[in-house]
Design a protein around this ligand. Structure first.
Ligand SMILES: NC(=O)c1ccc[n+]([C@@H]2O[C@H](COP(=O)([O-])OP(=O)(O)OC[C@H]3O[C@@H](n4cnc5c(N)ncnc54)[C@H](O)[C@@H]3O)[C@@H](O)[C@H]2O)c1
Length: 254
């Protein structure tokens, strides 16, 4: 093997929901492997912290606001990235929400906010980016799903269903777009301590439930998830398409 593996030199990666949490860690890992990064988050969310850390690796960092629920913002955001770099090689559809609510309590607002962000937003960002990838005959689209897309977790039926939908999008879009040199895959992490989960994980009973389910006996870290994304974004993963890469310490094998 004469080439260092998993290098992303000269690639441009777009990451959504990159202000914090997994999106920030994914951005930094992709920059560390050599990619230029275009990072976005909802209006009002500062990207300065993530951008500052990514810049340490010496590559280009472009920041912009894009609420993935708003079609105009998607089109304007993708156009701005394309104007700056004339391409998008890698898309990480990471922006997502989880507002746990038991089935009997779920409201229409709770349902719509999950679906508009996690499913509709991710789909239309992927569609807009794929249109730029197709003429170049190369692309990597990576959806951040969850183990919750593979199994049920009481208290979050709507979130689980959106994460399952994301897996089906990855499988089907991967079938449609493989002929253009684009692979589409999903990453399915177990619990990671971030803004999304920290309140529930502070509850000792819930934490014990979670740790008891993970054979490795630890939560995942943002860097564990970022490493899976780096792999799927790399040249070396060229035969991996329509796949779900679990980063769950074995939870979903039960
Ligand atoms: N933390 C976990 O345990 C865990 C496990 C599995 C999967 N995930 C998934 O990973 C992704 C990132 O989660 P996280 O844990 O880093 O959460 P987080 O809340 O820390 O970060 C999510 C980011 O997405 C952004 N975002 C939310 N709605 C948006 C919108 N409409 N438009 C643009 N950006 C938006 C937020 O502003 C935030 O910066 C999510 O898709 C989540 O479902 C998280």
């Amino acid at each position: 093997m004469d080439k260092e593996m998993f290098k992303l030199d000269s690639r441009l990666a777009l990451i959504t929901g990159a202000a914090r949490g997994l999106g920030a860690a994914i951005t930094i890992a992709l920059a560390q492997q050599g990619a230029d990064v275009a990072i976005s988050d909802k209006p009002g969310q500062s990207l300065d912290d993530t951008a500052g850390k990514a810049k340490e690796y010496g590559h280009k960092v472009f920041t912009f606001n894009m609420d993935v629920r708003v079609m105009n913002q998607i089109y304007q955001g993708i156009a701005a990235v394309n104007k700056e770099f004339s391409k998008i090689d890698i898309l990480v559809n990471n922006a997502g929400i989880n507002r746990p609510m038991y089935g009997l309590k779920v409201t229409e607002e709770n349902w719509d906010s999950h679906y508009n962000t996690n499913v509709k937003g991710g789909f239309f960002v992927a569609q807009a980016v794929a249109k730029l990838m197709i003429p170049r005959r190369w692309g990597r689209i990576i959806f951040i799903s969850s183990q919750s897309g593979l199994i049920g977790i009481p208290g979050q039926p709507v979130y689980c269903s959106t994460k399952g939908a994301i897996i089906q999008l990855a499988r089907t879009l991967g079938l449609e777009w493989a002929k253009y040199g684009i692979t589409v895959n999903a990453v399915a992490p177990t619990f990671v301590k971030t803004n999304l989960t920290h309140k529930r994980l502070e509850n000792r009973e819930f934490l014990n439930f979670v740790l008891g389910r993970i054979p490795i006996g630890k939560l995942a870290t943002p860097e564990d998830v970022a490493a899976a994304v780096v792999y799927l974004a790399s040249d070396e993963a060229k035969m991996v398409n329509c796949a779900v890469l679990s980063v769950d310490g074995g939870w979903t094998a039960w």
